[in-house]
Every structure is written in structure tokens, then in C-alpha cells.
Design a protein around this ligand. Structure first.
Ligand SMILES: Nc1ncnc2c1ncn2[C@@H]1O[C@H](COP(=O)(O)OP(=O)(O)O)[C@@H](O)[C@H]1O
Ligand SMILES: [Mg+2]
Length: 254
């Protein structure tokens, strides 16, 4: 397992946001996490990435217990995430976003990243150029490479956010509602990119999505949360057939 959480419990005052939730993510797989609004999905990502401290439970990354490690330490061990809201720098171009992320990635010394903050693009490196170009191509962003983020539509912006996370060369990538705000065509394109990521890059994906069909079509296994509890876990076919899931979630429109 590249990532494994066991019996995670989180409380916000009197509210039990997560109640003994476990999740196992095999290498190079897509694992889905679904559930109605307020089920605890984003909170769980917070626990996995180190932004939310659990009351109980453990998180292991590539076999190491990281429950008490900082988000930065987890990033160094190969964990990356995207957020529900876009967080791009308006004046930086698409290529600059990916280039910065690449330099921030696994194995790059921090001093180099800090130096880059004062002289972005001052020096060119063919290996680095090739890595950045390959990420841009994977996401179909080559044509938009020199446009500033502020000039991009939401769909393209989401792809840039994803490209940036991939450029850091993570071993596991947490995606929080990546299709939010996308139209049907952009969502289909996103699903295709996720499939290629899993197949061509050595990365596992944990996918939180309100688009349930997208998750069921991509994931190897799916966990369903409701009010902080796991109400089902299994293959997409098992989840589709699960009565508790249908009652709590699939049958309702949220
Ligand atoms: N920082 C916080 N403080 C207090 N309550 C929170 C906080 N973050 C989330 N919650 C509550 O925890 C529950 C789970 O929220 P969240 O993890 O955002 O759910 P989801 O991502 O599945 O929609 C919700 O009831 C939400 O209101
Ligand atoms: Mg959420």
C-alpha cells in the first residue's frame, strides 16, 4: 500500500466529522471516496495530508507512520493534493506553474526552489524543459503554455492545478472534486487524463467526486462515507448494488 489510514476519528467540538474511517490505497491505482455533502471527505483529505489532526487513528505513507508528520514532510515523501477551490497565481503562465512545481518536486533541494522565487526562468535546463513539456502534453496544455493563469477558463485552470500537482512527481495524489465547475466535455477529458495518469505515471490517485459515475468508471475500489462513517466499501459493481448506498446516497440528488 502506498497510503493507508486506519480508524481515523476527527471531532469538531460536539460534531464527529469522521468516526473510525479506514482506507487503503494500492500503488498505481485509483481509489474513490464518495458521499453526500458534509460526509467528511475533505476532512479525511486533511487528515491524510496533515492539515487536520485526528483524535484517533493512524496514517502510513509508503510504509512509514506519518500520523505526526507535517504536511511538508508528507509532501517530501511523495504525497500531493489539489483543493476544491482553484489556487493559481494569476500573472504566472501555465508553463511557469508547472516549472515551479517541477522544481519543488521530490528530490529537489529547497535552496534551489527558494532561489527560483527570485529568478524564475533565468536559466534553462534541457532535462527540466523535457519534463515540463511532457507534463504539459499529458494534460493537453501545450497550446496554452504561455498564457497567464488569469486568462484561463475554469476547465483549463483545473487541468493546470492537476498538472502542477503531477509535476511534483508524487507517489500518491489526492484529488478533491476535480470535476467541480466543469462542463460535460471537460469532465470527459478530465476522466481520460486521470486514466492516463494511472497508466503512464507511477502514481496512485484518491478521487473525491460528486460525479459518482466518474468515480465508479475509474476506481478499482470505492469507499462510501455518510455522516463520518464508512457505509460501504468495495468494487464499483459492489457499490452500485449496495442497498445502503442507494438509500443513503445514490437514490438522492444532492
Ligand atoms: N474546520 C471545521 N470546523 C468545524 N466543523 C467543520 C470544519 N470542517 C468541516 N466541518 C464539518 O465537518 C463535517 C464534514 O465536512 P467535510 O469534510 O467538508 O465534508 P465533505 O467534504 O464530505 O462535504 C461537516 O458537517 C462540516 O460542517
Ligand atoms: Mg468537501
Amino acid at each position: 500500500m502506498i497510503l493507508e489510514a486506519r480508524d481515523v476519528t476527527v471531532r469538531y467540538g460536539g460534531l464527529v466529522a469522521l468516526d473510525g474511517v479506514s482506507l487503503a490505497v494500492p500503488d498505481r491505482s485509483i481509489v474513490g471516496l464518495i458521499g453526500p455533502n458534509g460526509a467528511g471527505k475533505t476532512t479525511f483529505f486533511g487528515v491524510l495530508s496533515g492539515l487536520v489532526r485526528p483524535r484517533a487513528g493512524t496514517v502510513a505513507l509508503a510504509g512509514a507512520d506519518v500520523t505526526r508528520r507535517s504536511p511538508q514532510a508528507r509532501a517530501r515523501l511523495g504525497l500531493a493534493r489539489t483543493f476544491q477551490r482553484l489556487e493559481l497565481f494569476g500573472e504566472l503562465t501555465v508553463r511557469e506553474h508547472v516549472l515551479l512545481a517541477h522544481r519543488q518536486g521530490r528530490g529537489s533541494p529547497f535552496t534551489r526552489f527558494a532561489r527560483d522565487l527570485v529568478g524564475l526562468g533565468a536559466r534553462t535546463d534541457p532535462e527540466e524543459d523535457a519534463a515540463v513539456t511532457s507534463v504539459l502534453e499529458l494534460f493537453g496544455l501545450a497550446a496554452a503554455a504561455d498564457r497567464p493563469a488569469a486568462a484561463l477558463g475554469l476547465g483549463t485552470g483545473r487541468l493546470v492545478e492537476l498538472a502542477r500537482a503531477v509535476a511534483t512527481r508524487p507517489r500518491v495524489l489526492l484529488l478533491d472534486e476535480p470535476s467541480s465547475g466543469l462542463d460535460a466535455r471537460e469532465t470527459a477529458q478530465l476522466a481520460e487524463v486521470l486514466r492516463r495518469l494511472r497508466d503512464d505515471r507511477d502514481v496512485a490517485l484518491v478521487l473525491v467526486e460528486h460525479d459518482v459515475e466518474m468515480v465508479l468508471s475509474l476506481a478499482r475500489r470505492v469507499t462510501v462515507l455518510d455522516f463520518g462513517q464508512v457505509i460501504a466499501e468495495g468494487t464499483p459493481d459492489e457499490i452500485r448494488a449496495d442497498a445502503a448506498v442507494q438509500a443513503a446516497y445514490l437514490g438522492t440528488t444532492t
